[in-house]
Design a protein around this ligand. Structure first.
Ligand SMILES: Nc1ncnc2c1ncn2[C@@H]1O[C@H](COP(=O)(O)OP(=O)(O)OP(=O)(O)O)[C@@H](O)[C@H]1O
Length: 269
């Protein structure tokens, strides 16, 4: 479905966010990137969509090759790739439906995108909202929706795109545990039903265990575990969340959203 070969990212200032990494994400797989804050999960995800340009190596799609080979190839790859973000990236003053219809823009040429959405796109948008249980909120401004509902709109936007792949960057990091479980359950169910492959970054070990077909554990820009969630042992988790208690506490103070991973590290340190 999607391969990365010797992918390496060094940011300006010399930060090695990703060390040479080779991985293949399989068709229909729900893969979870698991790791602490700063491990390189977002960097890897963003490379998969060409949002971060690797310093070395490449991302390739079967039958297409390197996604960065040309602007046309990258555009096609992005049109087939739905993105779900931690902070939704929705436009608050627009309705849920209008936000979902943004997912269709990649399928239109520039001129067409200046016109109101076609009936066909509107139907796809409403169907996508129905699948995340928000049809009755289609005409509500998204800034009037709860965090969990907004993330479901984000998922509907990705689904309306009719993607082959969904990349989700910490999609439940700002949600309470019950809402996070519901949102991830919806995302995985839709991916399974439609045969969409997914790569999802998470901090929460329990959610990775519950939803992943495959866990890719990342630490310090390196893959330190790659396998089924049932194979994830306490030793593997210590390797992924390797940190001294003092560092872990500092991370909790700095970034409350990393708390779950940090607390796990504290327990296993
Ligand atoms: N644009 C950037 N410029 C410079 N350094 C960056 C940039 N983006 C990320 N980094 C650094 O690269 C490393 C990996 O960051 P990345 O965001 O990929 O990790 P992450 O595992 O997604 O973390 P988090 O869970 O906190 O989002 C970190 O040290 C981070 O500070």
């Amino acid at each position: 479905m999607l391969s990365v070969e010797n992918l390496e990212v060094t940011y300006p200032g010399g930060i090695k966010a990703l060390r040479p990494t080779t991985l293949t994400f399989r068709e229909g797989e729900f893969a979870v990137l698991l790791g602490p804050s700063g491990a390189g999960k977002s960097t890897l995800l963003r490379c998969l969509n060409g949002l971060v340009r690797p310093t070395n190596g490449r991302v390739s799609v079967p039958g297409v090759g390197d996604i960065a080979a040309s602007r046309a190839v990258l555009r096609r790859h992005r049109a087939a790739t739905g993105m779900v973000f931690q902070h939704h990236q929705l436009i608050g003053r627009m309705t849920a439906l209008a936000n979902v219809l943004m997912g269709r823009l990649g399928h239109q040429n520039t001129l067409r995108s200046l016109w109101p959405s076609s009936r066909c796109d509107q139907r796809l948008g409403l169907e996508a909202l129905e699948r995340v249980d928000l049809l009755d909120r289609a005409l509500t401004r998204v800034d009037l929706l709860s965090g969990g509902q907004q993330q479901r709109v984000g998922i509907a936007r990705a689904v309306a795109q009719r993607p082959r792949l969904i990349l989700a960057d910490e999609p439940v990091a700002s949600l309470d545990p019950a809402t996070a479980t519901r949102v991830l359950d919806l995302l995985r169910t839709i991916c399974r039903t439609d045969g969409i492959s997914a790569v999802v970054s998470l901090h929460q070990v329990d959610l990775a265990r519950q939803f992943a077909d495959r866990v890719v554990g990342v630490r310090g820009g390196e893959v330190v575990f790659d396998g089924a969630p049932a194979r994830l042992s306490d030793g593997d988790l210590s390797r992924i969340y390797d940190a001294q208690p003092a560092e872990v506490l500092a991370a909790v103070d700095e970034a409350p959203r990393t708390r779950q991973g940090a607390i796990y590290a504290l327990r296993t340190a």
